[in-house]
Design a protein around this ligand. Structure first.
Ligand code: AP5
Length: 226
């Protein structure tokens, strides 16, 4: 699996055409589950967080603008993110998992002008658990793999099991920024649960179980669509 600019195209042939949105608060396991689902369903994975972090790393015009919002635990302005996703989704042939997009009602409406969505998986996790998950998360600088110091530790401290890359702590995973990100989620993203419920595409999943258990619950919820 190769991570390129926040979009992972699965090389396995026979790609499925499911178009899925992963919804949930910071730390609910969107990225962790998206990577597993990408392999299982043979679809692309588009993470707006990863795309934005790539832009920050590259110090592009978008990255410079996005960084101040990300470090403050706020959402990057809709126009910037929509342009990013629109370009990626339009370049795809098969199905995909959108991880971290849409995050506002406006983004959801704009997405409808670009593509249809088959299912929205909503990962429900108690807020107390989220802070612990995020402040002990470690990510690989090279391939983007995600670990947790307690729940999903790497075999060798500080090194990625998959590619040997260096593990680091995201700058927005400090306790105070995590709390602001949770406030932003409640204010701007939570209304999407009702929005997608009313459209009949919402699938609620308990994201508080262990990683494999959550994966099985998602697959079970998606079963009628396959
Ligand atoms: P983004 O990178 O998308 O961050 P997020 O939504 O806050 O979500 P996270 O990546 O923090 O968590 P996750 O749900 O993916 O959890 P993970 O699987 O890593 O966005 C970052 C920023 O970019 C935003 O704050 C915003 O500024 C900007 N942005 C992005 N998209 C935007 C948009 N559409 N519009 C505007 N701005 C946007 O898991 C977390 C940890 O828990 C890991 O350590 C993992 O190992 C562990 N874990 C996962 N599942 C379990 C489990 N079941 N049990 C135990 N541990 C688990």
């Amino acid at each position: 699996m190769t991570a390129t600019n926040g979009i992972n195209d699965n090389p396995i042939t026979g790609t499925m055409h499911l178009k899925i949105v992963l919804l949930g608060p910071p730390g609910s396991g969107k990225g962790t589950q998206a990577k597993r689902l990408m392999d299982e369903l043979r679809v692309a994975h588009i993470s707006t967080g990863d795309l934005l972090r790539e832009s920050v790393k590259a110090k592009s015009e978008l990255g410079v603008k996005a960084k101040e919002y990300m470090d403050a635990g706020k959402l990057v302005p809709d126009e910037l993110v929509i342009a990013l996703v629109s370009e990626k989704v339009s370049s795809l042939d098969g199905g995909f998992i959108l991880d971290g997009f849409p995050r506002t009602i406006d983004q959801a409406k704009r997405l409808e002008g670009i593509t249809s969505i088959d299912a929205v998986i909503n990962l429900n996790v108690d807020e107390g658990i989220l802070v612990e998950r995020l402040t002990k998360r470690r990510s690989c600088r090279e391939c983007g793999a995600v670990y947790h110091l307690l729940f999903n530790p790497p075999k060798e401290e500080g090194r990625c099991d998959k590619c040997g890359g260096e593990l680091y702590q995201r700058s927005d995973d400090t306790e105070s920024t995590v709390k602001q990100r949770l406030r932003t989620y409640r204010e701007s993203t939570l209304p999407l649960v009702e929005y997608y419920q009313s459209k009949g595409v919402l699938l609620n999943v308990d994201g508080g179980e262990d990683i494999s258990e959550v994966f099985h619950s998602i697959m079970k919820a998606l079963d009628p669509l396959m």
